[in-house]
Ligand binder design. Structure first.
Ligand SMILES: [Zn+2]
Length: 342
């Protein structure tokens, strides 16, 4: 990445209302068949245009072609039964009806590769593609086959690696793995979660990222955050392991969170996507607020390693709020670029 302080989003952005009703998760498609395929491509074009118009440097797909960051990927795999679902507690926090692993899991064909090729053709800017991480996938379904989280995570890691290699070949510059589960199951992260993630990036030569956050701005997550006290030190449990890993970039929740900035010191040397936009409020940050968060991070991240970003995905927000937040991110980053004479 040549430009210093390149801005990006974590991933999801609101979809146009003609494609899926906005401001909710698992929003159902309004189109079907060929119209749906065409609609998703149009949404990708709009999302790209809005990111570029807001001054975003690393373009993501805005997750316009998927209903949900985990389940859409799982839907494309064999060995998973989506009809006879079970209710589980996701990240020990909220109940959800999830698919069941009934047989050996495998990927019969690529999941997002055609979408990535489409986006690649539309822009010269670097593009980033998000995939769910193995541990978060395991936490978002019921396993009735492997009966071992570790074994299932390893199988998912192999599948993710196949997809990631094809995304890389399609011209994706950064592949990001979303692992919100890393912020909850520390012992398992250190035991096998990180190893599974490293298996997922094996042999890749594009840049790789892991996104670890406190979740979308939905009620269950916001209620959980209230129980975490005045200092959120979850990252401290897993950063030493991440620091030693082969991952290039770590994406973190920082703005309006109670994460002590000095914890970032524990991943010194990694590139850090610093969340300078709160996705749990409709209030649009001022440029100065964004700049303040970035300034605090600069005490612990070298300027060439700092990637201004959002705390998490913005799918549950309105389009106008999301657009406002993207512009604030760019404007706040510009303040820092000027200050540093970049
Ligand atoms: Zn997130």
């Amino acid at each position: 990445m040549k430009k210093l302080l390149p801005t990006s989003t974590v991933g999801s952005l609101p979809k146009p209302s003609w494609l899926a009703p906005p401001e909710k998760l698992w929003s159902p498609w309004k189109l079907e068949g060929d119209s749906l395929t065409e609609g998703k491509q149009d949404a990708l074009r709009i999302s790209l245009q809005e990111q570029q118009a807001s001054g975003i440097d690393i373009i993501s797909d805005g997750e316009q072609t998927r209903q949900h960051f985990v389940t859409t990927f799982i839907e494309h795999l064999s060995g998973v039964d989506f009809k006879h679902r079970k209710t589980v507690k996701i990240r020990n926090r909220y109940e959800a009806s999830v698919p069941v692993v009934v047989d050996q899991v495998s990927r019969k064909k690529a999941v997002f590769v055609n979408d990535a090729k489409f986006l690649r053709k539309q822009t010269e800017k670097p593009i980033k593609w998000a995939l769910p991480g193995p541990m978060t996938m395991v936490d978002t379904l019921f396993d009735n086959h492997y009966k071992s989280k570790e074994k299932l995570a390893w199988e998912f890691a192999k599948i993710l690696n196949q997809e990631a290699k094809e995304l890389q070949d399609a011209g994706v510059d950064i592949i990001q793995f979303d692992e919100p589960a890393f912020n909850v199951f520390f012992e398992e992260v250190n035991d096998w979660g990180m190893a599974a993630l490293e298996r997922a990036i094996e042999g890749l030569h594009c840049e790789t990222a892991v996104h670890i956050c406190y979740g979308y701005g939905i009620k269950a997550n916001n209620d959980w955050k209230k129980t975490l006290g005045s200092e959120w030190r979850q990252y401290e449990e897993i950063f030493p392991k991440i620091q030693k890993s082969n991952l290039d970039i770590v994406s973190l929740e920082c703005h309006n969170s109670h994460v002590p900035f000095h914890l970032i010191e524990l991943i010194r040397g990694k590139k850090v996507m610093v969340g300078a936009i709160d996705v749990a409020t409709n209030t649009i940050e001022t440029a100065e607020e964004v700049a303040t968060t970035l300034r605090k991070a600069l005490d612990f991240v070298a300027v060439e390693n700092l990637y201004p970003s959002t705390n998490c995905g913005m799918a549950p927000l309105s389009r106008n709020v999301a657009k406002g937040k993207l512009s604030a991110l760019s404007a706040g980053t510009e303040i820092i670029r000027k200050e540093l004479g970049l």
